[in-house]
Design a protein around this ligand. Sequence first.
Ligand code: FAD
Length: 401
Amino acid sequence: MTRPGEHVVSYNSEPFDIISSRPLKRNLEAMQRYDIAIVGAGPGGLACAIKARQLGLRYVLLEKGGRVFQGIIDSYPRGKKVYPTIPRSESGPFPIPELEPSADNEPVEEYIAKIEACVQKLGIEIRFNEDFQDLVKEKGGFQVVTRTGRYAARNVVLAFGSNIPIDLGVYGEAKTVARKLDNTEEHIGAPTLVLGGGNAAADVVSTLSKAKRAAGDSTPIYWGHRKEQFKVNKEVARDLGEEILLGGNIKILVGAVPKIGEVDEEGVERLIIHTRNIHIGKGVELQQGMSFPMKHVIACIGTQGPAPVFERLGLQQITCTEGICRIGKEGARLILLTAACQTTTRGVYTIGGAISPVHIVVQDEGSFRETKHSNLIFTAVRDGVTAVEDIARRLAEEKET
Ligand SMILES: Cc1cc2nc3c(=O)[nH]c(=O)nc-3n(C[C@H](O)[C@H](O)[C@H](O)COP(=O)(O)OP(=O)(O)OC[C@H]3O[C@@H](n4cnc5c(N)ncnc54)[C@H](O)[C@@H]3O)c2cc1C
């Protein structure tokens, strides 16, 4: 309950007095004004903070979770190996060596422990449980609004990843499905369906297969993908191949399309997938499918970029249309950025997973280039360093004028 004289904060507005409804006058000079507010303490956001510290810039790093790299903690299966992959089109080394996963592909728990030690050693301050809500433009910068506070900053880097899960797109009442492997033990002794054709799904399949083998469990893991081809990188494929050769019971289902989420007579939530259509003539099809208890389904079908958030913040995007975009899918909204990841709103940058897998680079002469952006730790770190160097350069130029 708000009492007279207390503030409430609204989107896109100054705090206002609940009684008079007039904006409260703030003495901004008295508020700490940061050179950079960084939203998200993943690899991209942490790289920004480390670089800002190296360059002597005042920064605030805001993270909605309770730990550094919360996004990775939430999305990687337990024990997953972390690869220091560098995209083929780029050359290393990692711009911030402390953030590089080890060459022997350490498990995620070890990588996180190393990152926490690095945060401690470098004295990087992180404000946890700060859930970013909005950006308010004001003279000389922005106010970054979180659920619980406001931060004044001259520049903002949005490093919140791409964590909006893609919908499974099934009919029916049962729709809640796991997005990652929380606990391998829950799947021991039961066939499990893993959906998705990329690295995340492949990782879950090999991690789960290893756990089942270790427990002497021969129940299968069905790996289903709606397309005919799976797309995984070399290291992930190697792990998966090893798992199969070592006796992992992995059954591949291509053309497997999730169709219905239903609750059966016993009250069990189930997912029905179509696995095959056989045309038997005159428009009649014989359809084959499988039904799994929802609790043994893991859908690693990816996340969509934060286009709706960018839209709400008024950051310019363009919509892909057929014949114009070669990489982006038709209908996808692609954010417009400079080569240093600055959006068309001066002072607002966005980096890492948030701008993957593709965005538009506005070149100096004003032309647009659709640019592929691999969603990797390396790329996020590289973007963070590039953005902060650009901010430092602009701040120095502003000082001179
Ligand atoms: C299963 C899986 C396996 C992968 N394996 C590898 C690998 O082996 N090697 C590799 O290089 N890459 C791998 N990747 C990709 C890699 O993890 C990402 O490219 C990288 O984490 C992107 O970094 P980021 O900082 O942009 O975003 P994230 O890591 O997603 O970090 C974003 C941070 O922002 C926080 N946040 C989100 N919303 C808000 C908000 N509203 N307010 C405040 N904070 C917010 C999140 O909690 C999170 O901590 C994998 C990805 C997945 C899903």
